[in-house]
Design a protein around this ligand. Structure first.
Ligand SMILES: Cc1ncc(COP(=O)(O)O)c(C=O)c1O
Length: 291
């Protein structure tokens, strides 16, 4: 029931064992992806695999599988689960070696995948919006790599978790970067705005979908540096990620955002996103679908 994948094999989670010398365990030396799956159809799988390949390249970890092999392993894992809406997590570490920061050549990467029931925000939260707190972005300067070394993100996320908020929004040098586990958009006078993709943020797959939907529907959109004061004065704030989809932030550090309710631009984008998801589901899992 609900097996996981380890180095080419599907097996029960309790039998999936990795050496304590794995560099993922010792150093957090690995990269990962999380793909949402709706009705057993992975959403934007090719884009996730492109980002995986890029993260591996930047981290100098050998990619153990071709694109076709990745797809086939992922479909097998999805089909082996007992539930339809899934969050498929997969990670690749540099492999097992005697502890030394420098890595030996020719290591065999460790590949682990699991699928959990997908937990999107419940409709009541989408309707009401969520709250966020802010913090200084004190992570490293390669936030564009989807690294499993997430202690920085975990510490920052905990700040919002402790006060029951949905996210921690981050500023570096008083400029918006992203949030602890999502990208951030603001809306001011009808213009959707977000920081450009640089080394300071993760290039979100959901971010790209929002951008494509805005462009395809003629919505005003700008990529620019956003000062902390601008974010605090925004009409709307959204966070986006594969698990949150698009969520309106209606309270930041205890102060209302706009009129304290999800705004009209959010409602439009949320609707466009849901329609696009339906289109992807109808097309089935072996076809790429554009907005
Ligand atoms: C730091 C960070 N930024 C942004 C995102 C959103 O990325 P995606 O839309 O690909 O899920 C995530 C998702 O996990 C994240 O951890």
């Amino acid at each position: 029931m609900n097996p996981v994948f380890l180095n080419g094999k599907l097996l029960p989670a309790e039998q999936a064992q990795v050496s304590a010398l794995d560099r993922g365990f010792i150093f957090g030396d690995g990269i990962y992806e999380l793909v949402p799956v709706y009705s057993r159809v992975p959403f934007r799988l090719d884009e996730h695999l492109t980002r995986l390949e890029r993260s591996l390249g930047e981290a100098k970890i050998r990619n153990p599988y071709s694109r076709a092999q990745w797809r086939s392993h992922i479909y097998q894992l999805i089909d082996a689960q007992s539930f339809d809406d899934q969050g498929v997590y997969f990670q690749v570490t540099r492999g097992v070696a005697k502890r030394d920061h420098a890595f030996p050549k020719g290591l065999e990467p460790t590949v682990f995948m699991m699928s959990n029931p997908l937990t999107n925000p419940p409709p009541a939260q989408v309707e009401k919006g969520g709250s966020a707190v802010s913090a200084v972005d004190n992570r490293w300067l390669r936030c564009d790599i989807k690294s499993i070394s997430l202690i920085g993100n975990c510490l920052l996320r905990q700040l919002s978790a402790e006060v029951g908020a949905a996210e921690t929004i981050l500023f570096r040098d008083a400029r918006l970067t992203e949030a602890s586990a999502s990208n951030v958009f603001i809306v001011k006078r009808g213009v959707i705005q977000s920081p450009p993709k640089t080394n300071l943020i993760l290039p979100g797959i959901t971010y790209d979908v929002v951008v494509e939907l805005a462009q395809a529907n003629g919505l005003a959109l700008e990529f620019r540096d956003i000062a902390e004061a601008e974010l605090r004065a925004a009409d709307e704030i959204w966070v986006t990620s594969s698990s949150k989809e698009i969520l309106a932030i209606v309270e930041l550090d205890g102060k209302r955002v706009g009129d304290g309710r999800p705004g009209p631009a959010f409602r439009r984008m949320h609707q466009l996103y849901q329609e696009f998801k339906q289109k992807v589901m109808r097309a089935g899992k072996r076809e790429a679908v554009s907005v």
